[in-house]
Design a protein around this ligand. Structure first.
Ligand SMILES: [Zn+2]
Length: 73
């Protein structure tokens, strides 16, 4: 009973660090994907605007209305 740490424990700690890093990467990736999906480019001026899920939205930059999937340019 000492404070001797076996190599296996060290390896396990390293693996946990890897799993944690992988989890973080997945969370960041999903977050980016969700964040990207909630935005779209304004079909008129190309600025990044909030995605119009239903109905029409007005672009804050050019003042023109756009809707989901609208392609003008
Ligand atoms: Zn615009």
């Amino acid at each position: 009973m000492g404070n001797f740490v076996p190599a296996a424990v060290g390896k396990r700690l390293l693996a946990w660090g890897l799993v944690e890093l992988l989890g973080l990467a997945v969370v960041v990736g999903v977050g980016l994907l969700l964040g990207w999906r909630s935005y779209q480019r304004c079909p008129h001026c190309g600025r990044l605007v909030r995605r119009a899920v239903q109905g029409w939205k007005r672009c804050g930059s050019c003042g023109r209305q756009y809707r989901r999937g609208l392609r003008v340019r």
